[in-house]
Design a protein around this ligand. Structure first.
Ligand SMILES: [Zn+2]
Length: 386
């Protein structure tokens, strides 16, 4: 599913929960979502109204319709305008700004990258409006029951608030628009999603009054995974493993992937070479399982010239990138088969927090959103912030 919410390890924070004082008397927050970065060409505009453009000390309007935006090292061209060095923002007068095929509410802001690497295009939007574009991408509004969509809205709101407050509400960018954070595709007004977000307006998950990083993933395959094991962050009772049979009739409850020795060799050769090791023919792969679950933390790789331990998440992404694409999680066993290996696994995604297919399964059996959230985030409570 689209909502495979893996987290890029370099973006992980050691903070695991936020002070309650920062949540008291809170009004709805705005969030900065990075849509593009670097040097890019994109069509922007307003279908039904003029495009307002503002920069420090100036403003203008471009006519309704599509305008080309080209960002280069020190300047951005937007239609007839050329903007150098400084940041600027634009917005359709009717509130629906087009970026490529999608529409965005709020403002579109452009900043020169602080490291000199081109520009960053950011959608600054109120959190509740942002959630409409997240829930509709993280779950299918047509096939997921209302209770699952509501649980997703609360988990996604909590995750978003955590990103805002663990950085700084004043910061320009809090999240990415892809699986590095939560998938966001701009405006989506599917009635089921609008209902789920409005029915849960302002509600977040807390543990002992603190907001926490409420991870979620596609399919757990029977048991969720400890955030501490998966991401190396501080242990939190709400992010420890729980059993789940809500996802048992779904596609990735169990899976198989066949990987040839040559593919493993190809995938690992570069990284292993950087460690100063020479890689021989791959002979065996043995998962070293995490303490609190059955995901592999490391793999012991035995090859023609010796053996080494390799990070299991990295192995999964390298082998998938080498063309296998079917290693869905790090919860798998390995058997030798022909000139390669048979991986037999369960679940899809990092396995931490709410299992989205499980939420769907429980909702179909009649569970409400609160029951679903309390099942996956053990000990969590729901608090209304605005
Ligand atoms: Zn599950």
């Amino acid at each position: 599913m689209r909502g495979l919410s893996t987290i890029h390890l370099s973006t992980l924070l050691l903070v695991s929960a936020l002070l309650p004082s920062s949540l008291d008397g809170l009004e709805e927050q705005w969030i900065g979502v990075q849509i593009e970065a670097g040097n890019f060409d994109v069509e922007v505009g307003a279908d039904g109204a003029a495009l307002r453009v503002e920069w420090r000390g100036g403003r203008t309007e471009l006519p309704r319709g599509i305008h080309s935006l080209h960002s280069r090292e020190l300047e951005v061209r937007l239609g007839e305008l050329t903007i150098r060095n400084g940041s600027f923002r634009f917005q359709a007068a009717d509130g629906r700004t087009r970026i490529g095929p999608n529409f965005y509410e709020g403002w579109i802001e452009l900043y020169p990258d602080e490291y000199g690497d081109g520009w960053r295009l950011v959608n600054r939007v109120p959190v509740e409006r942002y959630l409409l574009g997240v829930v509709s991408h993280e779950m299918s509004a047509n096939s997921f029951p209302a209770a699952a969509l509501e649980a997703q809205a609360i988990a996604a709101r909590t995750y978003a608030l955590f990103q805002i407050y663990s950085r700084d509400p004043q910061k320009r960018i809090h999240v990415y628009s892809d699986t590095r954070s939560q998938v966001y595709g701009g405006e989506n007004l599917h009635p089921a999603v609008v209902r789920a977000v409005e029915a849960t307006r302002g509600q977040v998950l807390v543990q002992d009054g603190l907001i926490f990083e409420s991870f979620f993933h596609s399919t757990c395959g029977g048991r969720t995974r400890s955030a501490s094991d998966a991401f190396g962050i501080a242990e939190l009772p709400t992010l420890e493993p729980v059993s789940c049979d809500g996802c048992q009739d779904t596609r990735f409850w169990r899976w198989q992937a066949r990987v040839s020795s040559a593919t493993v060799h190809h995938a690992l050769d570069g990284p292993v070479d950087k460690l100063g090791l020479r890689l021989g023919a791959i002979r065996r792969i043995e998962p070293i399982v995490e303490t609190r679950g059955d995901h592999a933390a490391y793999l012991q790789v035995i090859h023609g010239k010796g053996s080494f331990l390799f990070n299991a998440d990295r192995f999964r992404s390298l082998v998938n990138r080498a063309g296998v694409k079917t290693v869905r999680s790090t919860a798998f066993s390995v058997t030798e088969e022909g000139n390669g290996f048979l991986l037999e696994g369960r679940g899809w995604g990092h396995g931490v927090g709410m299992c989205q297919m499980g939420a769907k399964g429980y909702a179909e059996r009649g569970a409400n959103a609160i029951w679903i959230l309390k099942h996956y985030y053990r000990g969590a409570k729901i608090r209304s912030l605005w």
